[in-house]
Design a protein around this ligand. Structure first.
Ligand SMILES: Nc1ncnc2c1ncn2[C@@H]1O[C@H](COP(=O)(O)OP(=O)(O)OP(=O)(O)O)[C@@H](O)[C@H]1O
Ligand SMILES: Nc1ncnc2c1ncn2[C@@H]1O[C@H](COP(=O)(O)OP(=O)(O)OP(=O)(O)O)[C@@H](O)[C@H]1O
Lengths: 215, 215
């Protein structure tokens, strides 16, 4: 539903193209390497071999039509900066660029990138969190809050009791969001009786959930 | 609190080292490039210039002591495979390896990697989701469930009413997890009156939250 330009078809750029196409966007993909262009050609609407630091080439492929452009060039900092600058000059509203380091990011922001991304750095941080807190792969942290949400199995003491009897929120410092019983998901009420085999989706603070999940 | 070996100190490997050290782990970092070793040397406990396909070198730096090893080598598929194999031979329980593509990933799994990661591919997919659903940067999806969780501002019709009066769950198809009022976060009760300026953390299905968040 949007026209999106992806410049740089390495692993990051190609994954971006595939997901954007799956979400029904029109994708124009550009790379100066013929091989990378060919790798993605069957996936996107338009795949062109071109140098993204060449304004003429970008104009020719219809870059001006794009509502969003992502400069997914990796190692080549100069090309990443020049391409970002050209795309802003072409009037593209939303130009997102990939940065290699903090200084590169600063330059990209200054020349008009609306957002700067650090794929390898972000994933390195994410993997570190998963390794240190294996239970976190089951829990999602709510952005901007200390709360985590995830599915738990009932403790033995819970089985056969209602949520009201358990005084769940007070006893466990966790809010019940919904329950999954034999594949059926529903929002339980105060008089719902917990059964072994239930899966309860809860929200709570990390330290409260951690004690629960330690297996 | 754990001894963790990181092989390959590109952007992914270095970010991993920094986060692991922040989480109080002991990190041994290895790369064959002197420059990359020097970049991380002040951060980690031990930083060594060595070829990770050299078992002698790995033994010398105490690789056997590691409970977890991450092979964060990028473009060099052969080195990534050989290093992973050697680390398994050294008896390291949990060896995580980075893959360039599906076939590489298959080989890594076969030779014993307990987990394979695709940093650029994962971030490409994530960025695509954010671009298509800008509201999703405010909402987290609960793993393995269709529910999303995030913070909303009260609709005008909600102000001055209690949660009970609003019959919140039924009217809005969303569960209230907690509220943030002037920086104070608390779990509201049925008789809590909603005020303009409140921030309400809710959970619900994507399609129900979407209509809410469209700005
Ligand atoms: N001036 C340019 N014009 C068009 N494409 C370019 C230009 N410079 C680099 N690229 C392309 O950008 C892509 C990604 O850059 P590069 O391979 O340096 O980074 P990378 O970090 O290895 O990428 P990834 O991690 O996404 O695989 C490459 O396919 C490369 O051909
Ligand atoms: N045999 C090896 N022994 C030790 N280190 C190695 C070996 N082969 C490659 N490396 C290191 O692995 C690191 C990451 O690999 P490379 O630079 O090829 O991938 P990358 O995809 O560009 O990395 P990143 O995206 O994390 O920046 C490099 O610092 C490189 O020196």
């Amino acid at each position: 539903n949007k026209v999106i330009l992806v410049v740089g078809l390495g692993r990051f750029g190609q994954a971006l193209c595939k997901s954007l196409v799956e979400q029904k966007n029109q994708v124009i993909a550009i790379d100066r390497s013929r091989q990378h262009v060919e790798e993605i050609a069957t996936v996107v609407d338009i795949a062109i071999q071109a140098d993204a630091t060449d304004m003429e080439a970008l104009l020719k492929v219809g870059a001006k039509e794009a509502e969003i452009a992502i400069v997914a060039i990796g190692g080549n900092i100069e090309a990443s900066i020049l391409a970002t600058s050209i795309l802003k000059d072409l009037g593209i509203q939303n130009v997102i660029a990939r940065a290699q380091n903090a200084i590169h990011a600063r330059v990209l922001a200054r020349i008009g990138a609306s957002r700067v991304v650090f794929p390898e750095k972000d994933m390195g941080e994410r993997l570190a969190m998963l390794l240190v807190n294996p239970w976190m792969s089951h829990f999602a942290q709510l952005p901007g809050s200390p709360f985590h949400v995830g599915e738990i199995r009932p403790l033995p003491e819970m089985e056969g009791k209602t949520l009201a009897e358990l005084d769940f929120r007070t006893q466990y410092n966790a809010v019940v969001l919904n329950m999954n019983r034999s594949g059926e998901r529903f929002i339980p009420r105060a008089d719902t009786v917990i059964e072994a085999g239930d899966r309860i989706l809860v929200a709570g603070l990390k330290e409260d959930l951690e004690t629960w999940v330690v297996e």
